[in-house]
Ligand binder design. Sequence first.
Ligand code: G3P
Length: 218
Amino acid sequence: MKPLILLNFKTYKEAAGKNALALAKQLETVHSKEYDIVVAPSILMLKEIVDKTSLTVYSQHTDNISLGAHTGRIPAEELKAMGVKGTLLNHSERKIPLEFLQEIVEICKKKQLKTVICASSLSEVGKVAEFKPDFLAYEPPELIGGKISVTEAKPDLILKALEIVDKVSPKTRLLCGAGVHSKQDLGQALMLGAKGVLIGHAVPKAKNPGKFLQEMLR
Ligand code: G3P
């Protein structure tokens, strides 16, 4: 598998509503033989971006429910049916209680949705690795949204996270994120052994997001 570049649109103004589709269209022009690119737009734009682009789309969240009497929830079954391929889970901006997390991963496995569980600390890495997600993203919250990349600030913790994941769930691929904003950050992440990165603000807030990402992946 190629290293994963997961672009979390969050609810940035530059990546919400009609801007989300415009941004997705820009990112659609980015071609890379070396990386798999995935976008995670807001839930409100998932279907439109799936239908109107060729991008691989993940949800920013999924709930521990199946179809039925649930209000304001996000069922994996519906995401799958609309062409979504995976989901972020437990992002530090959208935490999920551990007991629910396990249920959601089980549901996603059954519905064949890829799972990216986020972890804010090494102890959380150890706990969520037990659920054997497809990907585990180590993201120290204090670095999220900042200019200092996790690969620069905490290389040793990325190595430790890798060790934990290799031991607890060898098939799970470790990603890292928080402050990643350059080709160097990406290179450093891969050199440390991560199998990809999560990127939030750097792409949507770039003057030319498509060009910015293309440069990063060159
Ligand atoms: O999901 C990735 C995100 O939390 C990282 O945010 O803005 O530090 O790249 P950012």
